[in-house]
Design a protein around this ligand. Structure first.
Ligand SMILES: Cc1ncc(COP(=O)(O)O)c(C=O)c1O
Length: 360
């Protein structure tokens, strides 16, 4: 069996050890005589899986008891609607910092449900950077940011500090668990699992408990954070297999030394590729401004579309998968999430250097 160098943006590479473990346990999970997918979500066996996933996440991210961990569905995209439904009442304004297409989408959904305001944006300069200042509206309901911009390859290195009455909400879909963060700086963190946490199907929400009182009664049950919290994300059938995989990925992160160790490893991987770009004498052109470079998604271009096409085609022949940029902006993108090994990045750097020697 040959495994490729997987640089997919999401769903993305999973740790090989996790896949093997899932394979081993697939037919007979924990001596139940069935797969974890076949367990009732009301069984004790599943209950253990569910609780372990939440506990492991709390431990790894050092989540205080004043926060709940929820497992929801509908992807990060449904959170774009759930947040204003729960926390954007009449008379208040949802503030958004625009750093790419995902934050634009979050803003668009909120605009259907209430009043919004763009507190900052780097759109005019092609989303190459992270905003340096914010202008909040009057009566802000919250500020929403996207901590890592999967498409443009930028990442907030430090987060805005707001007055305590303005909740900071972060879409961390593409960098959760890649570096330590101070959970108490945020009121809500959410992330679709399919980049750093596991397979698609589950969306993790970390929410300050005191906010739950504000969730209105008259919104759909499946979008109400209070109901998810009250029922420990078991109001209806949760995505049991995805949560099981999430739990295995979290166990793997702990085995790697936890989030601080993962961050160091990620830095090394990112530096390797950015150095290859920087030392290429302009052959590879990085998209993000240096101080805003993402450690998760490295975006770059080559001088012409023909050269980019040749690069992607030869890379594909050499066993590299997922290097084409997002269909909206083209170019190239290497997504180097937690489970992408250093060896894949080394192989990519080597390939980039030899491609440059051949075509410069
Ligand atoms: C930062 C960010 N937010 C939101 C989304 C949308 O996630 P989903 O497909 O889970 O709805 C993505 C998907 O790539 C993303 O990268």
């Amino acid at each position: 069996m040959k495994r490729v160098y997987n640089f997919n943006a999401g769903p993305a590479a999973l740790p090989k050890e996790v896949l093997k473990r899932a394979q081993q346990e697939l037919l007979d999970f924990d001596a139940t005589g069935m797969s974890v997918m076949e367990l009732s979500h009301r069984s004790n066996e599943y209950e253990k899986v569910h609780n372990k996933a939440a506990t492991r996440l709390k431990e790894l991210l050092d989540i205080p008891d004043s926060y709940d961990v929820l497992f929801m569905q509908g992807g990060a995209s449904l959170q774009f609607s759930a947040i204003p439904m729960n926390f954007l009442p009449k008379g208040k304004i949802g503030n958004y910092s625009l750093t790419g297409s995902w934050s634009e989408k979050a803003l668009k959904e909120a605009g259907k449900l209430g009043d919004t305001h763009i507190a900052s944006s780097t759109k005019e300069t092609g989303y190459m950077s992270i905003p340096s200042h914010l202008e909040l509206s009057d009566a802000p309901a919250y500020l929403h940011i996207t901590s890592n911009n999967t498409i443009f390859g930028t990442q907030w290195r430090s987060f805005p500090s707001l007055s305590p009455d303005v909740p900071l909400i972060a879409d961390m879909s593409s960098d959760i668990l890649s570096r330590p963060v101070n959970i108490e700086d945020f009121s809500i963190i959410y992330a679709g699992a399919q980049k750093n946490l596991g397979p698609s199907g589950v969306t993790v929400v970390i929410i300050k408990k005191e906010l739950l009182e504000q969730c209105p009664e008259n919104i759909p049950t499946m979008l109400n954070y209070r109901i998810f919290a009250k029922n420990r994300s078991l109001y209806n059938t949760p995505p049991t297999f995805s949560i099981y995989m999430l739990s295995l990925v979290l166990e793997w992160v702990a085995e790697q030394g936890g989030v601080a160790a993962i961050e160091k490893y990620n830095q090394k991987k990112a530096e390797l590729i950015y150095e290859t770009i920087d030392q290429s004498e302009g052959f590879y052109i990085g998209h993000a401004q240096k101080d805003a470079r993402s450690h998760m998604n490295v975006t770059f271009n080559l001088a012409t579309e023909e050269l980019t096409a040749a690069f992607l085609s030869e890379a594909s022949e050499a066993g590299f998968v997922g290097l084409a940029g997002h269909r909206m902006i083209g170019g190239c993108r290497a997504s180097i999430y937690n489970a992408v090994p250093l060896e894949s990045c080394e192989a990519l750097a080597e390939f980039m250097n030899s491609f440059r020697t051949k075509y410069r």
